[in-house]
Design a protein. Structure first.
Length: 177
């Protein structure tokens, strides 16, 4: 899919649940290391995640759209307690839209959202798990200033490991979205 339409970033909405589930399946359904539940359960999961994001503000959930189609999303959890921490639960980009910098832009947007929740007060430790074989995602995080800290055995399943990525994120002076 060419970048003929502009990419628009916004907060996830309840009506997005099915598109989010379909996109997650497209991203991870055939990878062999993530177990994807049936579509109705997956859509229910995303609906609950969006609801939690909207209700608490501690779970930023941002989608990237081209026209009406969701082509990417990122969801995180922000811990307002000391030490200030955030965890990126997943970042998904439509396989047909990869290499358009959507993943990078989603990470920037989630960091800006964390800045706003943090009110720019202190640095935040942002972590994420990335499958040990997912080199494209590893390169994305490294290009954004994240570094690998440890390899977590059996994170995805008994035989599927993940790298833990960490960024000591210093708040930007002008957060948006």
């Amino acid at each position: 899919m060419k970048r003929d339409l502009p990419i628009v970033f916004r907060k996830a909405a309840l009506g997005d649940a099915l598109q989010l589930a379909v996109l997650h399946e497209a991203c991870f359904g055939g990878c062999g290391y993530v177990v994807i539940p049936p579509m109705d359960q997956l859509a229910d999961h995303f609906e609950e995640a969006v609801r939690l994001s909207n209700d608490t503000g501690s779970y930023p959930f941002i989608v990237a759209t081209k026209g009406e189609k969701i082509v990417g999303f990122v969801v995180a959890e922000y811990n307002r307690q000391k030490p200030y921490q955030a965890y990126i639960g997943t970042i998904d980009v439509d396989p047909g839209c990869r290499r358009e910098h959507i993943g990078r832009d989603l990470l920037l947007k989630i960091e800006e959202n964390i800045d706003r929740a943090n009110r720019g007060r202190v640095p935040v430790k942002i972590t994420a798990h990335v499958h040990a074989r997912n080199t494209a995602s590893q390169k994305l995080f490294e290009s954004m200033g994240y570094r690998t800290t440890t390899r977590e055995s059996g994170f995805y399943s008994r035989t599927q490991d993940a790298w833990v990525f960490l960024k000591e994120h210093v708040p930007s002076p002008r957060p948006s979205l």
